[in-house]
Design a protein around this ligand. Sequence first.
Ligand code: GH3
Ligand code: MG
Length: 557
Amino acid sequence: MLNLGIGYTQLDDFKKAKEILNYIKVRDFELVGESKITFAQCLAEIEINIGDTDKALDEINKIYEIFKEINEEFYISETKKIEAMIYCKLGDYEKANKLFKEAYDLAIKFNQSFELCNALVKWSDMFIKIGETDKAIEKIKESIPIAEEYEFYQPLRFSYHKLYSIYKERNSLAEALFYLEKYTNIDKKLYNFQNSQWMAKLDASHNEREANLYKILYDKTELLSSIGKKIISTLDENNILKIISNEIHKLMKRDSFSIALYDENKNEVMYKYVDDGKINLKGPVKINEGNNFTGYCINHRKDILIQNFDSEFKKYLNINSVEEYPDKIGKYSSLMYTPMILKDKIIGIMTVQAKDSNVYTQNDMNTLKVLSNYVSIALDNANSYKKMESIAIYDNLTGLLSRREILKIGSAAFSQFRDTGQNVTIAMVDIDKFKNVNDTYGHVEGDRILRAITEAITKNIRKADFAGRYGGDEFLLVFPNTKIDKAKSIAERVRKLIFNKKHLVEKGERISVSVSIGVYEVELEDEDFVSCVKKADVALYQAKSISRNCVVSYSEI
Ligand code: GH3
Ligand code: MG
């Protein structure tokens, strides 16, 4: 049971943990030596989070007393870490920092990798709290390789999520995306891990009646939290809906389940539900107070729990008879609605309905609310992911593929060449004397010309070709299934078109801008795609040194 309590603290469910610890206390189980320490540590962590810091300090002092009797080696680092967390909560960061350092040193001294990771993760929390995110990153990044090596999923999960949040805050979206992906992957792993490990532990002691009691309690919460984790570990909006539609019947009776996403500006919702494994949409439906439950739920930010539609609908709707309700064809009698709220904004509602009357209790309502929290978070993650993914794939200014993406595509073409012998040619394009354009006409004009050149490139390569922005005024083109001669002629056409284009700048002046292009056809001896890019770059350099405004092939040098 103590293990279960610790488990709940690791899940940040301190209320449940406290319930279990109280139970142990009330039953006066005899705790000896080490379990006395674990108990006090667990209680201290609970007090830090949902109680008071004085009580937490009392627990720590109890542990120091016990240390006088037993070998403290295994527990001292963890204890110092918890003590540091207390001082962090109290705002005494100097002391907290000192204690974290001690916890860290002790974990190293006694070779305790798990404690080391945990100390680093909690230490980073302190740096985040005081705004020193560089130091936070440093601590987290020190913990990650250790946690990865030993598969400490819980600290790893926290670490990834913290890095995701920090980078998102800093607008470093590629990094944020990277860690968000890692975080969701770990969530999937953690979900499997917890199910197998903890249940195994509980099964082992299943002959104890008390354990059985808690197993039931655990089963219920665990089912809910496992569904929640499944929801959170997907970054696709439709998947979120599919998972919950498939799983919700395990928690409550449902003949119909849907969510409605709210568009605040238009004051309307779009219903989404799963039918036959497919996502269906209904709407948009305007939210006018008085004629539908969704509107009531959104406008009042209140849950709706209806046991019998016919006798209760008037509480929520401004209509006199059932016939006036558009969707009510006598299908469902028991209904629940709960708003989905994220950072104090309503993002939609979630509703579950059953044909029979008197199906749902307040307990079911609470369960639905927990689920709606999970879904809100998951939808937010899915949204951020979508945004970041698009930023990571496309360059903001030109709309071309990003450097990362064009390199990915190039590498794939390179592998295909290796596997099938299908030719690939690449071209590196760089604007001539572009700095002068910026210096003379300003950056805004420069940007406009950059976009015009982009357009000339995209319009004049073929559908199957790829173009990416490689650097400031540099573009990388990939021509799959193309030999050097063909690619050269395309490059030549692009060069001419760009040079012939007149750009209108200030005072009616028209200027033309040229580009230099280096082309290279991938060969068997090339080690990887990057080394091919280097060769195209060499050809480009040659084009620059000859005359600019020309195309040079690497093989001609
Ligand atoms: P060359 O390539 O012919 O040797 O001369 P260059 O003047 O183009 O030199 P280089 O390629 O080294 O410099 C690239 C210049 O491109 C520097 C910067 O002024 C400009 N540049 C890079 N990114 C942007 C951008 O996003 N917008 C604008 N307006 N200018 C950019
Ligand atoms: Mg240039």
